[in-house]
Design a binder for this molecule. Structure first.
Ligand SMILES: Nc1ncnc2c1ncn2[C@@H]1O[C@H](COP(=O)(O)OP(=O)(O)O)[C@@H](O)[C@H]1O
Ligand SMILES: [Mg+2]
Length: 250
């Protein structure tokens, strides 16, 4: 579903991604851990083409992200084509980024209505279903400021799902939450994984990574230091940098 080959990204003179290679299979849940500033968010943003890569190749579902290959050369896609690619990928951020002047349901149906051209009635029916699926069937008409952080993040997940993505990216989805609200968001993500969604999850929740992740990737300083089964990486890390990081967070 995702394939990265020698992906490089720099901001000015600073190389933030120094050749990332990895692959995510359909239905796989890949968790990504690593110190702050190691390039985790940047990598997720590259998958989604919110950032342009400087070298290497990146594919989602077999298609190059942002480019078309023709006669051995890469040609940049038009904005409209990039937007169409991006629509197939759901993204959930640390801060929920809901529209404050819209109810939970209105937030969820906004993109299907405006971007996909789904009819209002169908969008509302499907949006209500999605909010039920994230445990918010009784909150559809609440505004974000009437919801807890955990509830807002679940609305954000439902909103991403409303576009029927084939891949979901999560960037520290529980890091902004009070501790007692983390579990309800992880439960929703666990359910998505069980339903077969392909997911890349940047997280500090090692319990979730161990239990739900198929693969655990440790990034540091713009490279993948090691990856493997969560059990293996967490209990028998092969690299000193991984051991040093885990000793701080476990
Ligand atoms: N838009 C940007 N412009 C310049 N530097 C950036 C930008 N985004 C991220 N960076 C830098 O890239 C590095 C990696 O950041 P990031 O991907 O956010 O790391 P992480 O998510 O692992 O904490 C950091 O040093 C950060 O300051
Ligand atoms: Mg980050």
């Amino acid at each position: 579903m995702v394939r990265a080959e020698r992906v490089h990204k720099r901001f000015g003179h600073v190389e933030v991604l120094k050749g990332i290679d990895l692959a995510v299979a359909p239905r796989e849940v890949m968790c990504v851990i690593g110190p702050s500033g190691s390039g985790k968010s940047t990598f997720l943003r590259c998958i989604n083409h919110l950032e342009k890569i400087d070298a290497g190749r990146l594919w989602v579902d077999g298609r190059l992200v942002g480019y078309r290959e023709h006669g051995g050369k890469l040609h940049e896609l038009k904005d409209r084509e990039v937007a169409a690619q991006r629509r197939e990928i759901g993204m959930v951020f640390q801060r929920f980024h809901l529209f404050p002047h819209m109810t939970a349901l209105e937030n969820v149906i906004e993109a299907p209505l405006r971007v996909k051209g789904v009819g209002k009635q169908e969008a509302r029916a499907r949006g209500t279903e999605l909010l039920e699926r994230v445990g918010l069937g009784d909150r559809v008409h609440n505004y974000p400021n009437q919801l807890s952080g955990g509830q807002q993040q679940r609305v954000a997940i439902a909103r991403a799902l409303a576009m029927e993505p084939k891949l979901m990216l999560f960037d520290e989805p529980t890091s902004a939450l009070d501790p007692e609200l983390v579990g309800e968001v992880l439960d929703v993500m666990r359910g998505l994984a069980a339903d077969g969604m392909t997911m890349v999850v940047v997280t500090h929740e090692m319990g979730f990574a161990r239990e739900v992740g198929d693969t655990l990737v440790f990034m540091d300083d713009g490279v993948v230091v090691e990856s493997g089964s969560p059990r293996q990486v967490l209990t028998d890390p092969q690299h000193e940098r991984t051991r040093a990081f885990l000793s701080k967070v476990l």
